[in-house]
Ligand binder design. Structure first.
Ligand code: ZN
Length: 87
C-alpha cells in the first residue's frame, strides 16, 4: 500500500507500507516506519506515519517531548491520546 505523507523533515512524498503496517495504521492511527536523525541532530529518532484526526491527512513525525505527541504539519493539531483525555 502506498501512503501519501506530509513530511517536513526529509521531503518524503509517499511511503510504501506492508499490508501488516497498513492494517496497524488503520487500527491505531499511527505506525512506526524507521529510525532516522533529523538534520543537525545526532540521535536517531523513531519516525511514525500518523493520521491526523482533524484533517485526515497522513504525516511523518517523531514523538515530541514531554508526552510523546505528534504534530500535524497541516493544521498543527497535536495528534495524541493525552489530547483526547483533555477533551
Ligand atoms: Zn491535521
Amino acid at each position: 500500500m502506498i501512503v501519501r505523507v506530509h513530511d517536513l523533515y526529509f521531503g518524503i512524498d509517499e511511503l510504501i507500507l506492508s499490508l501488516a503496517d497498513a492494517v496497524k495504521l488503520k487500527m491505531f492511527g499511527k505506525v512506526y516506519v524507521f529510525h532516522a536523525k533529523k538534520e543537525g541532530g545526532n540521535i536517531k529518532l523513531p519516525f511514525y506515519i500518523v493520521k491526523c484526526r482533524k484533517c485526515d491527512a497522513y504525516f511523518l513525525d517523531h514523538p515530541h517531548e514531554p508526552d510523546g505527541y505528534f504534530l500535524c504539519p497541516l493544521c498543527e493539531r497535536k495528534g495524541d491520546l493525552s489530547i483526547e483525555k483533555e477533551a
